[in-house]
Ligand binder design. Structure first.
Ligand code: AMP
Length: 139
């Protein structure tokens, strides 16, 4: 069901304009108005769901099929060398719109776009095993 206060629900129903680039029965894809690179697309399930972790796996599976189609179209149209696929989950991860969406960001060799994991730090002695144990034991 559409949420009245959700900007992506409004884009899906057409009450807010967007540059739609693909749609099927499960997803709508449109260009991000504030792109990291030209062609940066957002693939959004039609059904309102807050984020990845709270979504029905069947919905995710259908949405990912749409993501794959959009990624192929963006790669080809933008003559990209690669692309980044991202879904930000929660404010701590930078999520701003709480309707599940996947970013498809085309990349060119040497384009200088700042997308990545930031500085990486090796684990301290024994720490990797502790972290792995904790995650294996989690529900
Ligand atoms: P996130 O931080 O993953 O929640 O990303 C939300 C994205 O939605 C941002 O990259 C915004 O630039 C984009 N965005 C917000 N409003 C619109 C809009 N009206 N049309 C297209 N993209 C939008």
């Amino acid at each position: 069901m559409a949420h009245d206060d959700c900007i992506f629900c409004k884009i899906i129903d057409g009450s807010i304009p967007s540059e739609k680039i693909y749609e099927d029965s499960d997803v709508v894809a449109f260009l991000d108005i504030n792109p990291t690179r030209p062609g940066h697309a957002l693939v959004v399930p039609r059904e309102h769901t807050k984020d990845f972790i709270s979504s029905d796996p069947a919905l995710l599976s259908r949405a990912i099929a749409g993501v794959q189609k959009v990624a192929g179209k963006v790669m080809s149209a933008m003559d990209a060398d690669g692309f980044v696929l991202a879904a930000l989950n929660g404010p701590a991860a930078g999520q701003e719109v709480f309707h599940l969406h996947f970013h498809v960001i085309p990349r060119k060799e040497g384009d200088g776009a700042l997308i990545g994991f930031g500085p990486k730090t090796p684990y301290k002695e024994g720490e990797i095993a502790e972290v792995a144990d904790k995650i294996r034991a989690a529900g």
